[in-house]
Design a binder for this molecule. Structure first.
Ligand code: BDP
Length: 746
């Protein structure tokens, strides 16, 4: 929990199923002139939000320098040493000089760093330290032996490391040091990146280069980038990484690969990170030569037990497995008429003696159940509630479909009270413009975390399901499908770094507002210059809604072209499995558009708590944002705005393009307020985004207009090309760097 010093509202959402977050830190100081003005040295983005440029404002600099002159740090493990080094590095940059290390407190300007074992006696009462838990920290301006000091303390060293990053963030965002008093501990225990990385170093749905894991060079050669990666994660509180993709290869469980995993784990460990892998369910057949992977067979159980024991001999703090089973062709227990619980429990039993866990994914669907794909996860998993071992979590994607620009929260969230649920979010924007489009995911994550499931009355938010407080679970986790790769800027575009950042910050404290985090990221990544902070933060906050408008407004979903999920494909209706087709999701016909999921249709609304299900089921109460996700609506039916559905749809697509143009125009006003290199790289992507937004709008309206038979309202811009032009486009040539030259304007 964060102890708020100053409270004020963050960015809320209009949706009735969300609640407003709160602010938790003191306001940044608004510095006096002069502003540090260019020329700025070019930056390639490698430093992320950990740039530590010197504080430009003289008054603030003087305040910081006076308070942070010397550093007292006791003996500890490598983690405490890293914490001290990070502080020196950060202050060396921000203040122009690192604090001098001292053995004893000075008269003024002390920073004291440590745990109960290494702090000077009396620095922090033992009870207070104990209350911080395993990872929490305390930042406190205080007097020790009558001498002023800033204390950074944790019960464990990793807490001190997090505290150092918190103090640096405090300074990076120009907050006052006087009366500093901040206690913080994570609400969610396991905050994990899920890499969808293959062993050949391709990254499934990756748009930022190759996999970071240099399997071919490991274990003898260990890239320095692993530490940089771990440091970045520690700076935002991420404490775990699943190294391999959910569509797993058994090969990673061979001794050759496990030796390499061990080498990576050794690099991540000092930064508080735990290593996990994905387990391919059929590994006993592929690696063990067994005839079956049936989880009830003793030889299968024995094989896994031996394998897991072997892993723990190499990596004693190994976290456990993520498993995708019986989904999209992956092997699993159902191949042997066993349940997901049978499969998960078998692995969990073998992991339990070592303290490991299983995160069993609920993302399952198959063509045999064509009623409504979005019902399937709930239908298969909800009845298994209470059947899992205590070290099993069920890992649920935020929405019932698949990481769409907008979907309602998954009805499984809250519906399995006896099972700890891990929330899976996607940082790599598979369905949200991939590397190029600016789409800051903070508002999306906030929308999910603050959604009220109503399973135990008002206030049963997804955040409370995930942090265990609603249903009394101690095992808690949140997973983000990683967006990092070998690109110099890590994430394919500069703004995509913010999605890594916001995931970590919200995983630590789900009540933090998206806007607050965006502003913090802008200040650390670009500058504290007020003429940049407000517009850049505003761009971020508007970006996801802009994208929803030009891609999938009013609750449409999965309209992306086949396979690569880049660009529009609403006309696609010839794929072998019905639920692969965009037409399956929009159900547009001469009468109207949208998927009827009320009682007259698939009745997926019944999977929600009645208060939420009824809200979604009624045309009177459903928020416009989810309308076509749950209802088939006539083209000329009236909307709340007074427009017909067709007019509203056309207006929303068009406003999405307008908003994309506004992002581009606003960015142009920031020239000169940051380095040229990042400015130009971002500007180039924003230009592509404008053209691609137009593509989405024109192709979608062209197609839906052809189905509805209705003309575009006359006040709206006509499409740039006829529908047939868009239907014939074959782009992108390279799905990892998706581009469509045919639609770009000069
Ligand atoms: C879909 C992705 C696919 C993943 C799948 C999953 O397109 O690459 O394997 O999700 O989460 O969104 O298993």
């Amino acid at each position: 929990m964060l102890v708020a010093l100053v409270g004020c509202g963050g960015a809320g959402s209009n949706s009735p199923v969300t609640s407003a977050p709160s602010r938790t830190e003191p306001e940044p100081v608004r510095p006096s002139a002069p502003w540090f003005a260019g020329p700025f040295a070019d930056e390639d983005g490698y430093s992320l939000w950990l740039r530590y440029p010197k504080v430009a404002d003289p008054a603030l600099l003087a305040e910081y320098q006076a308070a942070l002159r010397s550093l007292v740090v006791g003996q500890g493990s490598p983690t405490l040493a890293l914490a001290a080094e990070e502080l020196e590095r950060g202050l060396g940059g921000l203040l122009g000089a690192a604090p001098a290390r001292k053995a004893a407190l000075q008269e003024q300007g002390n920073i004291v760093l440590g745990t109960a074992a290494s702090l000077p006696p009396g620095a922090v009462p033992a009870q207070k330290l104990a209350a911080l838990g395993d990872e929490g920290f305390l930042l406190q301006a205080t007097l020790i032996e009558g001498k002023p000091a800033i204390v950074i303390a944790g019960q464990r060293e990793v807490g001190v490391l997090y505290g150092v990053f918190a103090l640096l963030r405090h300074l990076q965002t120009f907050r006052p040091l006087a009366q500093l008093s901040l206690e913080s501990r994570p609400r969610i225990q396991r905050r994990i990146l899920n890499h969808w990385d293959n062993l050949d170093r391709t990254v499934e749905r990756g748009y930022a280069g190759r996999s970071l894991w240099e399997w071919e060079a490991l274990p003898s050669s260990v890239s320095s980038r692993y530490r940089d990666y771990a440091r970045a994660n520690a700076s935002i509180g991420i404490n775990g990484a699943v190294l391999t993709t959910v569509n797993a290869s058994a090969q990673v469980l061979t001794p050759e690969y496990l030796a390499r995993v061990r080498a990576i784990a050794a690099e991540l460990r000092p930064y508080g990170m735990t290593t996990y892998l994905t387990a391919r369910f059929s590994a006993p057949i592929e690696l063990g030569g067994l005839a079956s992977a049936d989880p009830t067979l003793p030889e299968v159980q024995a094989w896994w037990q031996r394998k897991i024991d072997e892993i723990y001999t190499l990596i004693p703090d190994f976290g456990g497995f993520v498993v995708k089973a019986n989904s999209e062709g992956q092997p699993g227990p159902q191949d042997y008429q066993r349940s997901h619980a049978d499969g998960a429990n078998m692995l969990a039993q073998a992991l339990a003696p070592h303290g490991g866990i299983v995160m069993w994914r609920a993302f399952v669907y198959s063509s045999e159940s064509p009623v409504d794909r979005i019902r399937q996860a709930y239908d298969e998993f909800q009845p298994l509630d209470g059947k899992f071992r205590e070290n099993v979590m069920v890992q649920v994607k935020n929405g019932p479909l698949d990481f769409q620009p907008r979907e309602p929260f998954s009805p499984l969230l809250g519906a399995m009270p006896r099972t700890p649920i891990a929330l899976e979010l996607q940082l790599t924007k598979e369905y949200l413009g991939q590397d190029t489009h600016l789409a800051y995911l903070g508002p999306l994550f906030q929308e999910v975390l603050h959604a009220d499931t109503m399973v135990a009355g008002t206030g049963s938010t997804v955040a409370k399901v995930i942090d265990g407080s609603l249903q009394g679970h101690r095992l808690t986790a949140i997973a983000g499908v990683a967006n990092v790769g070998t690109d110099r800027n890590w994430t394919g575009s500069h703004f995509n770094q913010a999605n890594w950042y916001v995931f970590g910050r919200m995983a630590w404290e789900p009540e933090l507002g998206a806007q607050q985090i965006a502003e913090e990221w802008v200040r650390a990544t670009f500058s504290n210059d007020p003429s940049l902070v407000a517009p850049a933060t505003g761009m971020m906050m508007a970006s996801r809604e802009a994208l929803v408008s030009y891609m999938t407004p009013l609750g449409l979903a999965h309209q992306m072209a086949t396979g690569h999920h880049y660009g529009p494909g609403p006309w696609v209706n010839d794929l072998p499995r019905p639920e692969w087709n965009p037409a399956y999701y929009h159900r547009a016909n001469a009468a109207g558009i949208g998927f009827d999921r009320t009682a007259t249709g698939s009745n997926a609304v019944a999977q929600y708590a009645p208060a939420v299900g009824n809200l979604f089921a009624s045309r009177d109460t459903i928020p416009d944002e989810y309308l076509l996700f749950f209802h088939h609506v006539g083209w000329t039916e009236r909307m709340r705005s007074g427009k017909t559905l067709w007019e509203e749809l056309a207006a929303r697509y068009s406003s999405g393009v307008e908003q994309a143009r506004a992002l581009h125009t606003t960015w142009q006003t920031l020239r000169g307020l940051l380095d040229e290199q990042r400015f130009e790289e971002i500007a180039a992507f924003l230009k592509l985004q404008v053209d691609e937004a137009r593509w989405w709008r024109d192709a979608s309206l062209g197609y839906f207009g052809s189905v509805s038979g209705l003309p575009l309202p006359p006040e709206l811009e006509p499409p740039a090309h006829p529908l047939s032009f868009y239907q014939k486009l074959g782009c992108p040539a390279d799905p990892t760097r998706p581009r469509c030259p045919e639609i770009y304007t000069p």
